[in-house]
Design a protein around this ligand. Structure first.
Ligand code: KG4
Ligand code: ZN
Length: 355
């Protein structure tokens, strides 16, 4: 089944063709990061207008690179939530138009389910440190514990079957990606902050560790205190006020050290909670997914500390893309699920939560 996946929930306009939920034929991503970096974060109005400009060229390129004609597309999958309403609308309307024109079914996909199903895409396991992907060829080793970490979400989701998700923990305030992004801003680094923090992070002797919020007895997370602690440390070190008399070398060293401690703190909490949850629920594996899963340190520490198999998509498939949306649509389409033309966007769509 040739599925065209469309993703426009945030600041990436993306489309991809995936065969049978695993075989990636094209994966086109037009990032708006540069546009938003000028404003230090995403401006929803600009994002939505940029999607309108980019969507048709991105779709055409995805079809061209897949070398599959429009008539060879069997279904259209599109993110309909969660995300920014004005951004989601662009993808959903494009999907409706295409489905009508081609006479094929269309299905709305939960963005978070997309992040998880990226682990099924065939070119995962790029560095050999993790266990390939959970399927196909073999029966996926359910139950699996999914740690979804992105700019808007930090969630632990128990996956008992192909489309059976149960939310067991979530952030009570900032998402892990948000903690990276906001802290990067404090340190004067570019948006998106996660890759920047990772790039400059370096252990600097004498830099004290930042706190970890464990919130014991639950699988929930909290990252807003960490951001505040980092701000205080940056102020004490005199790097927030740009007039402060600090040489650029001294500043760089402080930023490198604080970035390292921030990354260590986030990684430590995420890995310990994911392992504890996998253990308590008797899971056979852990899936690490979402934009923050592109973080090298997180990938490395989880793979080293987990006692069960770890599945992590290639970094390019961790950040937002259309392939993961096509991959998530597949198990639902083969069960006969489709969406009608009344499909609406749902900016607050949840995964695995009781209605
Ligand atoms: O999944 P995603 O592309 O978009 C959302 O659905 O939010 O995730 C984006 C988030 C941003 O917060 C970004 O800073 C973070 O993922 N991110 C990273 C890395 N690459 C992206 N965080 C840490 N290390 C990275 N290498
Ligand atoms: Zn995402």
């Amino acid at each position: 089944m040739n599925i065209l996946g469309i993703e426009t929930s945030c600041d990436e306009t993306a489309a991809a063709v995936v065969v049978d939920g695993v075989d990636l034929r094209s994966n086109v991503i037009a990032s708006q990061a540069e546009l938003h970096s000028r404003h230090g974060g995403i401006v929803p109005e600009l994002a939505s207008r940029q999607h309108i400009e980019a969507i048709l060229p991105v779709l055409h390129t995805a079809i061209e690179e897949a070398a599959i004609p429009w008539s060879g597309i069997d279904a259209i999958a599109v993110t309909n939530g969660p995300g920014l309403a004005g951004s989601l609308i662009v993808g959903v309307n494009a999907a409706k138009g295409l489905a009508a024109a081609l006479g094929v079914p269309m299905i709305g996909v939960n963005h978070l389910e997309g992040h998880v199903r990226a682990a099924w895409l065939a070119d995962g396991n790029p560095d050999g440190k993790v266990d390939g992907n959970p399927g196909p060829g073999t029966e996926p080793p359910f139950p699996l514990m999914c740690l979804i970490v992105s700019g808007g979400h930090t969630e632990l989701v128990l996956m008992r079957g192909e489309t059976d998700y149960e939310l067991i923990g979530a952030t009570r305030d900032d998402a892990a990606g948000e903690a990276f992004d906001k802290s990067a801003r404090v340190l004067g680094l570019q948006y998106p902050g996660g890759p920047e923090i990772a790039r400059v992070a370096r252990a600097v002797p004498g830099t004290k560790p930042l706190p970890r919020a464990w919130i014991r007895g639950t699988y929930d997370f909290s990252f807003s205190g960490l951001k505040t602690a980092l701000l205080r440390r940056a102020e004490e070190a005199g790097i927030v006020d740009r007039q402060a008399a600090k040489s650029s070398e001294a500043r760089e060293e402080i930023i490198a050290g604080l970035s390292h401690e921030l990354q260590e703190s986030i990684v430590d909490v995420l890995v310990r909670k994911a392992n504890a949850a996998a253990d308590e629920y008797g899971c056979n594996g852990i899936i690490l997914a979402g934009g923050v899963a592109a973080n090298e340190r997180l990938r490395e520490v989880l793979a080293a500390r987990a006692t069960v198999s770890v599945f992590i998509p290639a970094p390019i498939l961790c950040t937002d893309n259309g392939a993961m949306i096509a991959a998530a649509a597949y198990p639902r389409l083969i069960r006969g699920e489709v969406s009608g033309y009344e499909l609406d966007v749902d900016p607050g769509l949840r995964i695995g939560a009781a209605a």
